[in-house]
Write a protein that binds this ligand. Structure first.
Ligand SMILES: Cc1cc2nc3c(=O)[nH]c(=O)nc-3n(C[C@H](O)[C@H](O)[C@H](O)COP(=O)(O)OP(=O)(O)OC[C@H]3O[C@@H](n4cnc5c(N)ncnc54)[C@H](O)[C@@H]3O)c2cc1C
Length: 287
């Protein structure tokens, strides 16, 4: 592995100073399950690595009835997976982390790392976007908050400046009558990147869909929300025909590529089928 200088700042402010000083020569390290692999395989060659793990205050996870879910940038996939509160109220995210890599990977991998790596197929992005999550960012000018759906600008690219770090996430509390579902489709059951990912968060008022958010992964340069599809069901009483129309609209909004994991046509068809299934499962969970 190519040598690099390692810094272990003990405050967020110190990390920002280091990032400002070293610019594009530096990479922030969290669990290292992406970064260290990329360094080892010469995909990235930072001269400076800034280990975020000694920054205090980034490991908290809390769920409150009115304030929603909040968690810091060092919270791991395994901590999300083992949170009973996340399982109860943020089921799409919980389903997604259970399928992220292996238990060894989940013990190290942070959600912030999954988000900041910005892979279009990253597992946690669709359920967090479907839930309306926002990202807290800290830089030399102070802090700012960005909706996760606006965070990604391309494969591996985000709105983060080189001297900014993600400090945590906020996910709104689900309204009464909300159901969620996340489906990851790959070529095999475990240790697989998604060929298609679909997450649905729906809020029902009796037979009427009060609101719905549909987010897709691995079928566009960034994870996407399918607003045209959502508009078909919002305010309506979903039935087989309108759910099928919504799923077809989601497939039409996807812009997948063909690669080793599947052709563009196959991916579009799977978006159609899995969106239909995810809507039905989320509606069932909303009862
Ligand atoms: C064997 C294996 C299997 C995997 N399987 C899956 C899978 O099934 N699904 C999936 O989605 N992923 C998978 N991954 C990818 C990886 O585990 C995740 O993307 C992980 O969540 C990254 O988190 P990390 O803490 O390890 O990030 P790191 O590797 O430490 O960092 C990743 C990137 O994010 C940046 N970063 C990290 N934290 C911050 C922050 N707070 N602020 C700003 N930038 C930050 C880093 O600079 C780096 O660019 C797998 C990886 C391995 C090695």
């Amino acid at each position: 592995m190519r040598p690099f200088e390692l810094y272990q700042p003990t405050s967020a402010a110190e990390a920002i100073v280091l990032l400002t000083r070293h610019g594009t020569r530096a990479s922030l390290l969290a669990g290292g399950t992406d970064l260290l692999v990329e360094i080892k395989e010469n995909i990235r060659a930072p001269d400076v690595v800034i280990d975020a793990k000694h920054i205090p205050g980034l490991r908290d996870l809390s769920v409150s009835a009115d304030g929603g879910l909040r968690f810091g940038a060092l919270v791991t996939a395994r901590e999300i997976e083992t949170s009973a509160a996340v399982k109860a109220s943020y089921r799409g995210l919980w389903q997604a982390v259970r399928e992220l890599g292996s238990i060894q990977v989940r013990n190290r991998a942070t959600i912030a790392g999954n988000v900041c790596r910005a892979s279009p197929s990253a597992d946690t992005l669709p359920p967090l976007i479907a839930d309306g999550a926002s990202v807290s960012i800290l830089g030399p000018a102070g802090s700012r908050t960005v909706l996760l759906e606006d965070f990604f600008t391309g494969p591996g690219k985000t709105v983060l400046a080189t001297d900014e770090i993600v400090t945590g996430f906020a996910v709104p509390a689900p309204a009464a009558g909300t159901g969620k579902c996340d489906i990851k489709h790959g070529r095999r059951k475990a240790m697989e990147l998604a060929t298609v990912g679909v997450a649905v968060t729906i809020t029902m008022d009796g037979p009427t869909c009060r609101s719905i958010r549909i987010a897709l992964g691995a079928v566009a340069p960034t994870p996407i929300r399918t607003r045209k599809a959502e508009a078909i069901l919002a305010g309506q009483k979903p039935d087989a025909a309108s759910i099928a129309a919504t799923a077809a609209a989601a497939a039409a909004e996807s812009t997948p590529i063909s690669n080793i994991r599947g052709s563009a046509d196959y991916r579009r068809r799977m978006v159609d089928e899995l969106t239909r299934r995810a809507i039905l499962a989320a509606m069932e969970a909303a009862r």
